[in-house]
Design a protein around this ligand. Structure first.
Ligand code: NAP
Ligand code: MG
Length: 484
């Protein structure tokens, strides 16, 4: 399987990197080499940007309905090849195959949503304050876009950016995570088979991310950057983008509070907490629960049930039937999770289940970790301050609503928050006061295509999905018409 080189997709062609440079994609379940992929450099970056620039005009002038027709064809082909794509997701990312299928099924929905949005995305005819003048507001495609995506959702992170960009009439150069380029390349093949014109969508695979920052993201022809990844890398990109006042959309890190009030539906809260902490890529998602706040009066009932639920979770290689938690993406990530757990214990937290490397049998060569629950955690411990990005659940206690809202908001992040209560007035109060872009009230399923998704504070800039998603890829122009 590893003998063949996966080429990148530039200007409608499958190209190798200069000097046939490659890098390996590693299966995190067993460290085997899944594929060798072209390791792009400066010539490929320039070629991809030139292709996107050349293709932009014609694509942007197509009727939105005709662009939409191609997006719908992409959606249909993705659905046809769903299991094939999911297989790649599991191979390169490690998440359970069942979860990968759900991811791909969800990811393709962005093409349908934005195909429809494109047709309703006109502009405005504004009532004129003067009889002899008319005013038009146009929303026009911004130009060639550079998209950079992470490894945790190899399909969704790609479609959530390229579907709205293409729908708006933009061309795209995508730089997928070097850990998970295969899903992105398979999506590129689908766009080719669906008839997307050459150059409109390009996939530049590379492990030289610094070069991407210096040559792609600062390229003067790139008019917009869509980035999903860590807050630190996002800040670096923003600094460089300042030189050209480049338009930016950022989906960055999170530190989600998950609050259980004493008037919650307890079984639902237990299930929701386990799901939002452990069942999205084993905790490696930006919207995963990071701090579980439990009202002291209900802790005696919630905590034992939660621990039992976590003990029942099945950690296994992604293709094993019944697998719920796969390996972590790499050893570095596993080591970071483990160091946060060990540090919390050193500071007085109690580890009540999991919290160690799984190394025997089927776990032997993979980055598996036993799902951990920690009690007696306090707000100042690094495990509560930092984004954990793995299968460890810190439990913290609180007494009052006012107190927990203050503590929940006391972070530089602001992506997602969850809380459980059966009291409707409290539900409204808490939902309104949480400083987060996504709030789940008695719900731990996350977002959907139809609503905007994005972060407050250092968790992001702009929104993906919803009506807002397509706006990120347009400029607004006011046309003043003098009738004389
Ligand atoms: P990351 O290190 O920031 O990488 C994200 C992407 O940026 C990858 O394609 C990476 O390439 C590239 N990159 C790294 N350094 C770069 C640089 N200096 N210039 C340009 N590009 C660069 O993030 P990650 O470790 O892959 O993903 C985890 C983070 O993403 C977490 O913080 C998580 O919260 C965040 N995330 C946020 C959302 C959201 O919607 N808000 C969704 C998913 C993930 P390489 O792959 O080659 O390193
Ligand atoms: Mg990284």
């Amino acid at each position: 399987m590893a003998d063949e080189i996966e080429r990148m997709y530039i200007d409608g062609e499958w190209v190798a990197a200069q000097g046939d440079a490659t890098f390996d994609v590693i299966n995190p379940a067993d460290q085997s080499v899944v594929a060798s992929v072209a390791n792009g450099g400066v010539p490929e970056i320039h070629r991809a940007v030139d292709a996107a620039q050349a293709a932009f005009r014609e694509w942007s002038l197509l009727a939105p309905k005709d662009r939409g027709r191609i997006l719908l064809a992409i959606q249909a082909l993705m659905e046809e090849r769903r299991d094939e794509l999911a297989r790649l997701v599991t191979l390169e990312n490690g998440k359970p195959f069942e979860e990968a299928k759900k991811e791909v099924q969800f990811s393709l929905g962005y093409f349908g949503w934005f195909a429809e949005e494109a047709r309703r995305h006109g502009g405005e005819w504004v009532a004129s304050p003067q009889p002899g003048k008319r005013y038009l507001v146009l929303h026009q495609p911004i130009g060639p876009v550079a998209a950079v995506t992470p490894w945790n959702f190899p399909a969704t992170m790609v479609t959530r950016k390229i579907a709205p960009a293409l729908a708006a009439g933009c061309s795209v150069v995508l730089k997928p995570a070097s850990a998970t380029p295969l899903t992105a390349l398979a999506i590129a093949k689908i766009t080719q088979d669906a008839g997307l014109p050459r150059g409109v969508f390009n996939v530049l695979t590379t492990k030289r991310s610094r070069l991407v920052g210096d040559e792609l993201l600062t390229h003067p022809l790139i008019r917009k950057i869509g980035f999903t990844g860590s807050t630190d890398v996002g800040k670096g990109i923003m600094e460089k983008a300042a030189q050209q006042i480049k338009r930016l959309s950022f989906e960055l890190g999170g530190n989600a509070p998950f609050i259980v009030f004493d008037d919650a539906d307890l079984p639902a809260a237990v299930e929701g907490a386990a799901a939002m902490k452990f069942l999205r890529v084993g905790g490696q998602s930006c919207i995963c629960a990071n701090r579980i706040y439990v009202q002291r009066t209900i802790a005696g009932r919630f905590v034992p049930a939660f621990i039992e639920a976590v003990k029942r979770l099945k950690v296994a290689p992604g293709f094993e039937p019944g697998a719920q938690i796969g390996p972590l993406i790499n050893e570095e990530t596993r080591a970071k999770v483990h160091s946060l757990v060990e540090d919390a214990v050193k500071r007085g937290a109690r580890l009540v289940t999991g919290g160690y490397y799984l190394t025997d049998g089927a776990y032997k060569n993979g980055n598996f970790y036993a799902p951990a629950v920690l009690l007696d955690v306090t707000d100042d411990m690094p495990i509560a301050v930092e984004e954990i990005f793995g299968p460890a659940a810190p439990v913290l206690l609180f007494d009052t609503e006012e107190e927990v809202i203050r503590r929940a908001n006391a972070t530089t992040y602001g992506l997602a928050a969850y809380f459980y209560t059966k009291n409707t007035a409290r539900l409204m109060r808490v939902a309104e006061q949480l400083e987060y872009g996504l709030v789940g009230a008695n719900d731990a399923t996350g977002y959907t295509h139809e609503i905007p998704f994005g972060g407050f504070k250092e968790s992001g800039l702009g929104r993906e999905g919803g009506h807002e998603g397509i706006e990120e890829y347009t400029e607004v122009k006011s046309v003043v018409i003098n009738l004389g």
